[in-house]
Design a protein around this ligand. Structure first.
Ligand code: HEC
Ligand code: HEC
Length: 261
């Protein structure tokens, strides 16, 4: 068996991070291990990610919309223009944390690869010059080095640990019972295929990891809170014909589960 490539192995969460709880740790992406040979490429990618020269008018860098170590600025865009959340033409900005582990890219779910997706963003969204293969490779290496934040409440398989709050553990049981897992598959809580959940078209099944930090929700950013979003999905599974009886208490637990992801 070949040894697994180093950069895919998450750095061990230090005891100090766990002891301090996740108050600060959950706002920082995990640094996935990168081989010494690849480190310069990652650093080059980080610099490019913050470089406004990638855009046609020299005003935008990737970090403009994905600030704080490539997270999201929680805004909805058409091109480089901010639009009202919920505008059907708008697309809400996803976080880059964990992007290398994601099953599908872009809300349409049609981006062929991280490389192809980034090229499209530079040329079409940012109206920048055609990027060189080296530029794309560096940006990909940087993004793949960013993992989901350390999380004491989730096991590597994505299920809750004993340390997770009781309501969140109950919520996970509801998540399984209600059939949410048919689309949001742990540990990343997404899926490769696109789905139509009566939200205005066919979209990728987004990852639910760090979902508490990625409002506004849905492709067009129509929902500001997890309460509203989960209620919509809840009504969807009922329309889709689940035979499970789901109570308001179940719905509240489900939201608590979303908050630990
Ligand atoms: C003007 C704001 C803006 C800028 C600048 C921007 N992005 Fe984004 N990014 C978005 C939005 C909005 C989406 C969702 C678009 C969609 O899926 O249709 C997105 C999606 C992505 C995705 C897909 C992730 C996923 O889970 O679907 C990647 C990868 C990405 N951006 C990387 C970059 C990189 C690299 C740069 C710089 C070259 C960049 N972005 C510049 C707003 C921006
Ligand atoms: C048939 C597949 C499917 C099922 C079942 C499903 N979802 Fe989803 N979910 C989606 C799709 C597709 C979207 C994106 C819709 C959009 O952007 O318009 C989504 C979006 C979400 C979001 C918003 C994420 C974000 O970043 O915007 C949350 C939260 C969510 N689902 C939770 C749930 C919960 C809880 C359940 C169970 C009650 C559930 N989903 C069941 C397919 C599914």
């Amino acid at each position: 068996m070949p040894r697994p490539r180093g950069r895919f192995l998450p750095i061990l969460i230090s005891a100090a991070v766990l002891a301090s709880g996740c108050a600060t740790a959950d706002l920082t992406p995990a640094r996935l291990a990168v081989s010494p040979a690849e480190q310069p490429l990652v650093e080059k990618g980080r610099a490019l990610f913050n470089d406004t020269k990638l855009s046609g008018d020299g005003k935008f860098s990737c970090a403009t919309c994905h600030p704080n170590d490539a997270h999201t600025n929680n805004k909805t865009y058409v091109g480089v223009d901010v639009v009202k959340d919920g505008d059907p033409r708008g697309r809400s900005t996803p976080t880059m944390w964990g992007v290398g582990q994601r099953a599908a890219l872009s809300w349409a779910g049609t981006a062929p690869s991280l490389q192809g997706n980034i090229r499209g963003i530079i040329v079409n969204r940012m109206k920048g010059p055609e990027p060189s293969p080296d530029t794309l490779a560096a940006l990909v290496a940087y993004l793949k080095s960013l993992g989901y934040p350390a999380n004491p409440y989730l096991k590597p398989d994505g299920t809750p640990t004993d340390a997770a709050p009781a309501a969140a553990k109950r919520g996970f049981a509801v998540f399984e019972r209600a059939g949410c897992k048919a689309c949001h598959l742990p540990p990343t809580y997404d899926k490769k295929d696109v789905e139509d959940v009566f939200s205005g078209g066919t979209f990728k099944v987004p990852s639910l990891r760090v979902v508490r930090h990625t409002a506004p929700y849905f492709h067009d950013g129509r929902f500001q809170t997890l309460d509203e979003t989960v209620k919509f999905m809840w009504e969807y599974v009922q329309k889709a014909g689940t035979s499970e009886k789901l109570t308001d208490a179940d719905l509240r637990d489900l939201v608590e589960f979303m908050k630990i992801l």
